[in-house]
Write a protein that binds this ligand. Structure first.
Ligand code: DCP
Ligand code: CA
Ligand code: CA
Length: 361
């Protein structure tokens, strides 16, 4: 099962202020540069009916909601995290194996408790939705399928408050008419490339020669696309051990693609991380950059070094390399930038994740 909460941040806002339910609600990340600069994080379905979407600039959302009594709210991550933790606590009780993905969704392996019976799994999903509604007054959309891939796509099928069950024998006919962009791993660029190859729907992908896919996308991706197109996925539902990492994020003064401006900011961040690391007496082996672009998309690039290091200049050099790589692969402007160190070893090695995001502008 894949469980995804409906219009999550906006639904949280409705929860603490039920009078919002009938109005368009738009949750925004304000950049702070000018009154309405920033992007829409999410919106409730009332606002979506007016064309408001995640990632859209706030001014555009305001334009779409002109002459309507709409409510614009700033994000309150702490509240959403609290709600998320409560929800995950409930969901976990319905699963043999549980894997949270992001703030508002989770995979539940229910094979054992439903004895592999899709009818029983459907009943379980209904009970779970009901519990969530009674205990937290939240709705979600659920996909039930023979594997994670099908469950995820099924969960997107009926929203909000949906439940879609796809049995193994229905998987390929369910996928066949859907756009390939519904598959994880098919972003805008890959979608365009596939369109050029005459592949628009998942069925087209299924009919495409796997060797040709491998020739274009490489062995790993090509094989993945082929298997995905016919509903094959063997990834287990697995609790992710908390990755041990430290990171720092900052907002740039202006959205930019300028390497030196961005490096100036990341140098502050890596200095800060270096201090933190020394107090922990540990050495990092993996360096990552996080770029949040104007559309609020999050992009990560990582590099694992040959051996652990405590050298701040090595952080800076690797960050430069990763940023150059990101800028060459994307044409988006960077709004927020972050540096993350992970894969630690050393005496003071911390046992839990110590990620701490904060703003330094
Ligand atoms: N989010 C964001 N910026 C985006 C996309 C999402 O800040 N571009 C945040 C706000 C969402 C949350 O992540 O509430 C979960 O993302 P989803 O993609 O699951 O979207 P929603 O839960 O908002 O809507 P849906 O009902 O379509 O699942
Ligand atoms: Ca959601
Ligand atoms: Ca989600």
């Amino acid at each position: 099962m894949l469980v995804d909460l409906d219009y999550f941040y906006a639904q949280c806002e409705e929860l603490r202020n039920p009078s919002l339910k009938t109005k368009p609600v738009v949750v925004c990340v304000y950049s702070g540069r000018s009154k309405d600069s920033g992007a829409v994080s999410t919106a409730n379905y009332v606002a979506r009916n007016y064309g408001v979407k995640s990632g859209m600039p706030i001014f555009l959302a305001k334009k779409k909601l002109e002459n309507v009594e709409a409510v614009f709210l700033p994000v309150d991550f702490q509240f959403y995290e609290e709600m998320s933790a409560k929800v995950m606590g409930i969901l976990r009780n319905f699963a043999d194996e549980f894997e949270q993905v992001g703030i508002d969704e989770a995979y539940l392996d229910v094979t054992r408790r439903s004895l592999g019976d899709f009818g029983k799994a459907e009943e379980l999903a209904k009970m779970m939705k009901n519990d969530l509604l009674l205990q937290q007054k939240l709705t979600c959309s659920v996909g039930v399928g023979p594997n994670k891939l099908v469950a995820k796509i099924a969960s997107d099928e009926t929203k909000p408050d949906g439940l879609t069950v796809i049995r193994p024998e229905q998987a390929s006919s369910f996928l066949e008419p859907l756009l390939v962009s519904r598959l994880i791993g098919v972003g805008t660029k890959t979608f365009e490339k596939m369109l050029d190859m005459g592949i628009k729907r998942i069925g087209d992908l299924a009919r495409h020669d796997v060797q040709k896919l491998i020739a274009v996308f490489g062995r790993i991706l090509g094989t993945y696309f082929h298997n995905a197109s016919i509903g094959i996925d063997n990834e287990p539902v697995k609790e992710k051990g908390e990755a041990e990492s430290i990171s720092r994020m900052a907002t740039l003064k202006l959205d930019t693609r300028d390497l030196s401006i961005t490096l100036e900011k990341t140098a502050e961040l890596s200095n800060d991380l270096h201090q933190r690391m020394l107090t922990d007496k540990s050495a990092f082996q993996t360096v990552s950059i996080i770029a949040i672009t104007t559309d609020l998309g999050t992009h990560t690039r990582s590099k694992t070094l040959d051996k652990p290091s405590t050298d701040v200049t090595l952080i800076d050099r690797t960050v430069r390399e990763l940023l150059e790589k990101f800028l060459s692969e994307s044409d988006l402007e960077i709004r927020r930038v972050g540096v993350k160190l992970s894969n630690f070893s050393g005496v003071g090695k911390n046992q839990k994740q110590i990620t701490s995001y904060f703003q330094t502008t």
